[in-house]
Design a protein around this ligand. Structure first.
Ligand code: FMN
Length: 235
């Protein structure tokens, strides 16, 4: 084990909660990667509200039950899941760790959870599916070009994805102040293998360095009209 690995291992021993992990990650990531991962829209009012709502949830435990064996299996979309946890789609995973999506797959395999891989993953849907022992769903950002949507759905299906998750709340990119301040741009060494055009677009337009230019592949359009129907659940 080299010095860096030893340091990482010692550091991770102190990480017991998500808040611990957040604090460590800020120290380990570049400012721009951290801004992208932890930033939210505008003044981040909704982000704070979401956290407050989560903090208000109280667990109401049952008592005097047989807990020798706990069965958390459930069914979603006709699929049997070991536990009712699905990892949300997060783009550009190699931004903050070299293992990228493959690291996430490893975590999902160990934790026996389903994962949703993003249209803007830095690893192809084919490679993610090959490495996964748990179900993989594919997240689709639709585009006005119907063929683009159809092609990605077919690729995801052929790769073995068990469902398509259509994102309908990003017809345009919001105001992302934190990312603009951090001068967001897609690092040139990163690829988006599910969508070569996005990479091309991001690189071409990164000259002015502004987040919204980088993200110009999100075009305002009538989102639902261009979403392939029927969206096939549980393929
Ligand atoms: C860094 C980052 C990247 C994300 N990338 C995607 C994405 O590629 N596709 C998508 O549909 N949602 C994406 N999301 C949204 C998340 O999947 C999730 O819906 C959102 O963060 C709300 O969940 P939360 O409150 O647990 O953060 C991203 C969120 C973050 C923070």
């Amino acid at each position: 084990m080299n010095v860096t690995e030893l340091f990482n291992r010692r550091m991770l021993r102190k990480v017991l909660t998500l808040a611990d992990m957040e604090a460590v990650s800020e120290k380990r990531m570049s400012p721009v990667a951290h801004a992208y991962l932890s930033g939210a829209a505008g003044d981040e009012i909704t982000l704070r509200a979401n956290r407050e709502h989560w903090a208000r949830i109280r667990l109401n435990p049952d008592i005097l039950l047989d807990v020798a064996e706990i069965d958390l299996t459930t069914k979603i979309l006709d699929q049997s899941l070991d536990i009712p946890i699905v990892l949300a789609p997060i783009a550009i995973n190699r931004f903050w760790h070299k293992s990228g999506e493959m690291g996430v797959v490893e975590g999902a395999n160990q934790g026996k959870v389903t994962l949703v891989t993003s249209t803007y993953a830095t690893e192809s849907v084919e490679n993610v599916c090959k490495a996964a022992t748990q179900p993989v769903w594919f997240q689709l950002y639709t585009r006005p070009e119907r063929e683009f949507n159809q092609n990605l759905i077919q690729r995801a299906e052929a790769a073995g994805c068990k469902a398509i998750v259509v994102t309908v709340d990003t017809p345009v990119v919001g105001i992302r102040t934190r990312e603009e301040r951090a001068y967001f741009r897609l690092p040139p060494n990163l690829n988006l293998p599910n969508d070569g055009a996005a990479k091309h677009c991001a690189v071409d337009l990164s000259a002015d360095g502004w987040y919204r230019s980088n993200y110009s592949f999100f075009q305002p359009y009538r989102c639902w009209e261009y979403t392939p129907t029927p969206v096939r659940w549980g393929i």
